[in-house]
Design a protein around this ligand. Sequence first.
Ligand SMILES: NC(=O)c1ccc[n+]([C@@H]2O[C@H](COP(=O)([O-])OP(=O)(O)OC[C@H]3O[C@@H](n4cnc5c(N)ncnc54)[C@H](OP(=O)(O)O)[C@@H]3O)[C@@H](O)[C@H]2O)c1
Length: 266
Amino acid sequence: MSFSDKVVWITGASSGIGAALARAYDKRGASVVLSGRRADRLQDVVDVCRHPENHFILPLDVTREDTHSQAHRSVIERYGRVDLLINNAGISQRSNILDTQPEVERRIMEVNYFGTISITHCVLPEMVERRSGHIAVISSLMGYVSTPGRSSYAASKHALHGYFESLRAELWPEGINVTMICPGYVKTEIPLHSLRGDGRDHARMDMTHVKGMPADICAGKIVRAIKRKRSVVKIGWPHVGAVYVYRFLPQLYRFVLRRVYPAKLR
Ligand SMILES: NC(=O)c1ccc[n+]([C@@H]2O[C@H](COP(=O)([O-])OP(=O)(O)OC[C@H]3O[C@@H](n4cnc5c(N)ncnc54)[C@H](OP(=O)(O)O)[C@@H]3O)[C@@H](O)[C@H]2O)c1
């Protein structure tokens, strides 16, 4: 797929992987719709693009479902269609279950799961009508495995896999592609905005992310996977290995989690 005349809508485009994807699609000549809550940060991303005039800043909170249809209508008014929706907006977690308030668990699901499926619902009818369209979802390796301190985050990403596997099967005859992207650690702001058990931001970087893959490299791999219409792509060795250990040697995976993680988190 050439992206030169395509319309790409990215949620969570104000920082990290979403911002890197916006820059990557800008370079390839696409028209990019950038969504997120922080309009000033969306503007910063557009300001460094090669073709800022092609792009559309569309501030949006993925948990405000009442605003999504209008947001989609404004994209259609401007471009006439959405070729590729990248559901990227997300928040993570830094709390063990016993310390986590139920509202925090619900909030993570609202952003990562319900927000994602709400935007997807908005774009699908128009894609189905044209019998063409691509939905990408930035999940995580946590869509396959779970670790302590990330219960609701892992649950939200697992839920996305269940949902979008069904969507792929249902809409394949209609010409709609679905790509699930599962990165390991990427160097972004995600730890800063991760929720603690009481709902406050974690507000500091973790070494795992400081040493993570640069967001631009991750974005390049995502763009290639979408171009090749891959169903699922896992990004970031050696952490991808955990998914295979869990799949083929689950007892070993659980043994390592019990031995290594609790000591680290406490
Ligand atoms: N970094 C990693 O190691 C890693 C690994 C695996 C998967 N991921 C996934 O990658 C995606 C992007 O994360 P990132 O690492 O790039 O983190 P990030 O830099 O913190 O970016 C998160 C993006 O999500 C947006 N967002 C958060 N809540 C939102 C809401 N309610 N409505 C609209 N947008 C919202 C933020 O924009 P505003 O604050 O402006 O709204 C921001 O643009 C997430 O889905 C994350 O789970 C990240």
